[in-house]
Design a protein around this ligand. Structure first.
Ligand code: GTP
Ligand code: MG
Length: 165
């Protein structure tokens, strides 16, 4: 029987959640595409082994889809908060974390300081200082980041995966 570990991707529109799913679930090198906002939700699957899969559930970041977030987060083993790495975006992300604090409570959480390729990006450590959750730098449009991305997700789930082994 296959076990699915649900991971919810949260964050404002344009942060890079869909791109991160593409990075982790497609083998494509062509990750940079025109922005197409996710309508409601999207999903991608990582297969760990024959019996364990990780479902990456993206919660569409545009504000008119936010009403679905609390429901979409239910049953998640981990929340991955994706943010652009500039002060305005990070402060907005901080507000979102505050707003959904109750829904996230008790769930493992990490943040991704995405778009580190853009000039003047905030360092992951500075983003972490503002968000107050473990934060890792990422360039989701860079296929060379694929392994790094897997590691971030798997590391967050490692207690659960060990139990499965
Ligand atoms: N320069 C740069 N652009 C990126 C990076 N990651 C994503 N993008 C671009 O940013 C735009 C938005 O990315 P999406 O992945 O669609 O954002 P999203 O978080 O899914 O947005 P919603 O679905 O509206 O919530 C796209 O045009 C991506 O190509 C990155 O690391 N660097
Ligand atoms: Mg999206």
């Amino acid at each position: 029987m296959t076990r699915y570990l649900k991971v919810a991707l949260m964050g404002s529109g344009y942060a890079g959640k869909s791109t991160l799913i593409r990075l982790l679930t497609d083998k494509t090198e062509k990750l940079q595409v025109n922005y197409q906002p996710t309508a409601g939700m999207d999903c991608g699957t990582i297969t760990l082994d024959g019996s364990t899969k990780v479902s990456l559930v993206e919660m569409g970041g545009q504000s008119h889809f936010e009403f679905m977030w609390a429901d979409l987060m239910k049953g998640s083993r981990m929340v991955v908060v994706v943010t652009e790495s500039n002060p305005k975006a990070v402060l907005k992300t901080r507000q979102l974390l505050q707003k959904y604090k109750k829904d996230i409570d008790g769930i493992q959480i990490i943040a991704i300081a995405n778009k580190q390729d853009l000039p003047g990006s905030m360092k992951p450590e500075s983003v972490q200082d503002l968000l107050g959750v473990p934060t890792y730098g990422m360039v989701a449009i860079d296929p060379k980041q694929r392994l790094n991305g897997y590691k971030l997700i798997l590391n967050g789930l490692k207690d659960l995966i060990q139990v499965a082994a």
